[in-house]
Design a binder for this molecule. Structure first.
Ligand SMILES: [Fe+2]
Length: 134
């Protein structure tokens, strides 16, 4: 999956963060295709865990949504929390030696990209634009 300008939320630094998630997914997916998912999953999950802390933690997206007076902020925040919990669970299972984690992580990521970044995140774009959040 490649990030395209159609996916933009209109805020350059959020787009840059979203692109990183596409990179993580492609890295994991590419490795899995070569039968090397287990070699990269640990690193992909640790990047994903720090990403979720940084991106949702909430200096960024939520703060900008708040400034843009986005009415669905609370609902959006809960969806982020659920994703953070899902990533944490995968990290924990990976650490315990669960070998099914790479497949699940790839699903979780592709779901997040298509439903969240290409779906929910774009709901706030007009509010950001109106409030001139950039
Ligand atoms: Fe979001």
């Amino acid at each position: 999956m490649e990030w395209k300008s159609d996916y933009s939320v209109g805020v350059a630094r959020l787009d840059a963060q979203h692109r990183r998630l596409f990179d993580y997914f492609n890295e994991l997916e590419g490795a899995m295709r070569k039968g090397r998912g287990r070699e990269v999953i640990g690193e992909v999950l640790s990047k994903l865990a720090s990403y979720t802390r940084e991106h949702f933690g909430e200096e960024e997206e939520q703060e900008l949504m708040r400034r843009a007076a986005f009415p669905e902020l609370e609902r959006h925040r809960r969806v982020h929390e659920a994703f953070v919990a899902r990533v944490q669970e995968l990290v924990r299972r990976q650490a315990e030696g669960d070998t099914s984690v790479s497949v699940e992580a790839a699903h979780a990521l592709s779901d997040w990209l298509s439903k969240h970044i290409l779906g929910m995140d774009r709901e706030y774009a007009p509010y950001m634009a109106k409030a001139k959040v950039a």
